[in-house]
Design a protein around this ligand. Structure first.
Ligand SMILES: [Zn+2]
Length: 255
């Protein structure tokens, strides 16, 4: 059994064939797919899709990439939805900081930290987005005394950076990036981390695997990411499969 801990299957590029994709995931033993939130206008669609397809589960949050449409009311709505769906929602996310986008840094930081407080208040883990921002994220997690842990999505970085997150209660998201030989630093890191911190994800439709550049990524490719990770690890296939599954279950709420 496999869990895709991060997949934007709510995006409209899946509107025409979502049922087929999910069907094929079921055949590949992918029994749970987590849809992280990106923007307020998308939250209801995520919730509706999870009603429609039992293998889908949702997290709610404001992704830094989409903050151009941000209004302070969205944080109020987020809290309300977390209350309303407290027996279903898995986490607050994806939230984070991104140095590569044209969104005011101060605003990113403010919205990120406010969501950390909301997650702490609701006792929910977070799904973290990073791009060239590990130091700043870690600084905020510590400054806000965040204790709920979560997942660092699409981790890339050093063993030291990974261990800092692990000490803060986080799991390390392993995505399609590891299928590229140029990701040697991250591959090396993933080979050395404790097995109880690893979780799998596709980040579909983004982050295509090697050989699929320019194409829509899909949760159907999760087993290929698993196989790439297996090559880096000393464990048996069964041990790694079981650990990756239980690590998500032990981290996200309501799973
Ligand atoms: Zn994402």
């Amino acid at each position: 059994m496999l869990i895709d801990s991060h997949c934007h299957i709510d995006f409209c590029c899946f509107d025409h064939d979502r049922a087929e994709v999910l069907n094929s995931c079921r055949k590949l033993a992918i029994d749970t797919i987590v849809i992280p939130g990106t923007q307020a206008s998308q939250w209801q669609k995520q919730i509706d899709l999870c009603h429609l397809y039992p293998q889908l589960r949702f997290a709610l949050g404001l992704h830094p990439y989409f903050l151009k449409s941000f209004e302070p009311l969205h944080l109020v709505q987020l809290s309300q939805l977390l209350n309303q769906h407290q027996d279903k929602v898995l986490a607050v996310g994806e939230i984070g900081l991104d140095t590569h986008i044209d969104v005011d840094w101060k605003m990113q930081l403010q919205v990120f930290e406010q969501q950390l407080l909301i997650a702490e208040e609701h006792m929910l883990p977070v799904i973290l987005h990073h791009r060239n921002s590990h130091n700043e994220l870690i600084q905020s997690l510590k400054a806000k005394k965040f204790t709920q842990g979560g997942i660092v999505h699409a981790f890339s970085g050093s063993v030291q950076q990974a261990n800092t997150y692990i000490d803060l209660g986080f799991k390390i998201g392993v995505g399609g990036g590891i299928t590229y030989s140029r990701a040697s630093k991250t591959r090396k890191t993933l080979s050395k981390l404790p097995i109880n911190c690893l979780v799998l994800e596709t980040d579909a439709p983004d982050m295509p695997l090697i050989g699929k550049q320019g194409l829509r990524n899909s949760p159907e490719y999760l087993p290929e990411i698993f196989e790439s990770l297996l090559l880096l690890r000393a464990e048996t296939k069964q041990q790694l499969l079981q650990a990756c599954y239980q690590n998500v279950q032990g981290t996200l709420a309501n799973l």
